[in-house]
Design a protein around this ligand. Sequence first.
Ligand code: RNT
Ligand code: ZN
Length: 412
Amino acid sequence: MYNYAKDIYSKLGIDTEKAIDTLSKVKISMHCWQGDDIGGFETVAGGVDGGLAVTGNYPGKATNPEQLMADIDVALKLIPGNHKINLHAIYAITDENVSREKLEPKHFEKWVEFAKKRGLGLDMNPTLFGHKLAADGLTLSHPKKEIRDFWIEHCKACRKIAEYFGRETGQPSLCNIWIPDGYKETPADRLGPRLRLKESLDEIYSEKLDSRYIIDSVESKVFAIGVESYTVGSHEFYMNYAAKSGVCCLLDNGHFHPTEVVSDKIPSMLAFADKIALHVTRGVRWDSDHVVIFDDELKEIAKEIVRCDALNKVLIGLDFFDASINRVAAWVIGMRNMEKALLFALLQPNNILKDYQNNGDFTSMLALSEEMKSYPFTIVWDEYCKRMNVPERDVWLDTIRKYEQEVLVNRR
Ligand code: RNT
Ligand code: ZN
C-alpha cells in the first residue's frame, strides 16, 4: 500500500520519504493544562477565571505532578515524533506555596528532569489569572501601580525560568505572555490601559536574556466571557508592539472574529517577522478551546506553514481544554491531528499549484487542489506512525481505555 501511495505522489514530483523525514523533525508544544483543566499545583489556587471556561467533569483528572507526568507519558507513547511540553507558572513543583513573583528555576527542576529524560523541550507561560491580584480581571494594565508591579515581577521571574529551560534542554523555550485584561462595558478610556500595558511590557523585556535559550512572545485576543466590550491586548496592539520591540507575536486561532482565519495571517506576519508562534485550537462560535480536529482551517494553517517554507519559523503549540472527554485522549487527538495536517501539507504539489496561480490558470489550480483531497495521504500517515513506533489508526485508543480502567478511574 505504501509503495502504491509513494508512486502516485511521485508522479506529481512529491517525495513521500522526504515528507516523512521532514515531519519527524517537527516539534509541537503540547500544553500541559489539558491534563488538569488548567488547575496547576498552587496550594492556594484561585481557580481559572480570566475569561477561560473549562467545562465537563470527565473522571480521572490529574491532581498532582506525578499524575500529570504519568498522563503525559501515556499520551506521548501514542503521538509520533519528539515534541515539547508547554508549562504555565502554576505548574511549579514546590513544597510550600511560593508567591508567583518569587518563582525561580529551582521550582521547575522536576520538570527539567522529566524533559531531559525524554529528550523533550519545555515552553513557559506566566500565569496572569486565577489569583487574588487578578480578581478584577486586570493585571499588566491595572490602574494601580502596585498590582502592575506584582505582575511585572511575575513575568520577569518566568522569563528567567524559560531561559533556564532553554539552557538545560538545549532547545529554546518560548515564554508567552497572555493577559485577561479587558472590560465588560464599553470603556471610557481605551488608550490609557494600552499605554500602561506597553509600559509594563517594556519593563518586563528591559532585561536582555540569552536568545539562544528564550524566545519571547505576546498573545492577543479579541474578547472573552466577561470582557466582551474591550480587550487591552488586542491583535493590533501586540502586532505593533512586537514589530517595534522584537518580541514575537503569538496567534491563537480562537482569538479572532469567526470569519478571520489565522492561516491567512501567517504569511502576512512572515513578510515582516522571522518568527511567529501559534496556539492551535478550535473555536466553536467563540474561543471555546475545543480539541483540535482535522478540519479545513487546520489543513490551511499547516499548508501555509509548509508553503512559506516556515517549519523553522512558526512555533507550533496547542491550546485547548476539554474536560468532557478523556483528557489524555484529547491530547492524543489534537497532537496527531496537528501532525496529520502537516503531513497533508507536505504532500501537496505546492510548486505546481503556485505556477497555476501565477499563470492565471485558476481552473487547473482548483481542480488539482480538490483532487489532492482524495490522494492516499492516509497510507503515508499510517507508514509514518509505523516507523515512529506508535499505533496506526484508531488502535491507540485501546491503550487509553486500559489506562483509564487501571489508573484514571481510581483517582478521586
Ligand atoms: C487564553 C489564551 C491562553 C490560555 C493559556 C492557558 O484565551 O488562549 O493562551 O489558553 O495560557
Ligand atoms: Zn492561547
